[in-house]
Design a protein around this ligand. Sequence first.
Ligand SMILES: [Zn+2]
Length: 381
Amino acid sequence: MKLSRQSLAAALVGLASAQTNFTGDVLQGAQVVSFLDLADVPSNAVTRYYLRVGELNGGLPLHLPVFVARGPPETLATGKKLSLSAAIHGDELNGVRVVQRVFEGLESVVGTLNGTVIGIPTVNPPGIYLNQRNYFTASSSGFLTNVNRVFPGVAPEDGASGPQLLAYNVWNGLWGNTSQVDVGIDLHTLSTGSNSSLWCYADFRLPYVERLAKLLQPNTIKIDPGEPGSIETTFVSAGIPSITVEMGAAKEWRVSLINRAVDFIGRVMEDLAILPASSASGGAAYVPDLSQTYIITTFEGLASNFGGFVEPLVGVDQHVTAGQQLANIRNVFGDVLQTVTAPVDARIHQIAVDPSTEPGERVVQLAYNSTDPECADGCVL
Ligand SMILES: [Zn+2]
């Protein structure tokens, strides 16, 4: 649906200048809001809210859990505002624990914060309920929508679907059309069925994004122009530095990656002067340790040509050479139908862990630096 630019602008101006809209409901002890003005949030405290983001088929109200850690009153204006979000894909759950742990940690220091931290531990509760990636809309027997492709959403009067309305209400009702966010970090894992380590997408064309990516000290930094409609790219397009952090496999806690992501957000809060710099640095800017970080422009996916069963022959982050065998695709009797080989020297970025496969499924993804100049800002082949 085409959105009228004027109606969107009018709606956004109206929302950006609005005061908090408390619906009067209280859920699990938290006030329900449809618009949150950070000036109305208690200072020197971590406060929980539920953000009303629409209704499901039949009218069941949908609410997102929200944390806000606000420092002393004046720091709302003088300090930076950091947004954390997780589980926009309902099977990607490591980030949930990251957001929870960051706010647990902020409880004891919130009175000394120089700024504000906003967190949504679960952006897509319907996806989590259905134990899968997308948001289910029920009409016409049902559709599945990737919520990370519909930001900044669509206004209800312009005919928003459920996921578009969710995105609109987060973008405007919590993030104030970016007026309540200076830096955004969106936490993911791979989709169900694959494995990788800690890595991120980063659009180096916007200042501070490269710094954010390096503060993560990940196994891989994917220089990438982004995906329209994703949280990261919608922020970046609005001039708000943002990265997408990817933390291993779906549907299982990876404690070591959760620990690394929590430490990363601590470094970001120090870098933004929301938290004081650790004494070890003597006040100097943190120098990231990138000795284990592979910085690349290009992903290349290698697909199964058959339905059958995939047998990986290599592991995550292993270096491979052109021509090397990476995986066998076997039929149900065990015969090899296809051997997937590396077209170039590269590092294994993702590999299938779900044994079953189907035609066209990417069973291996390579990471490397393409020599094609068109890939300088990032390619996915
Ligand atoms: Zn995801």
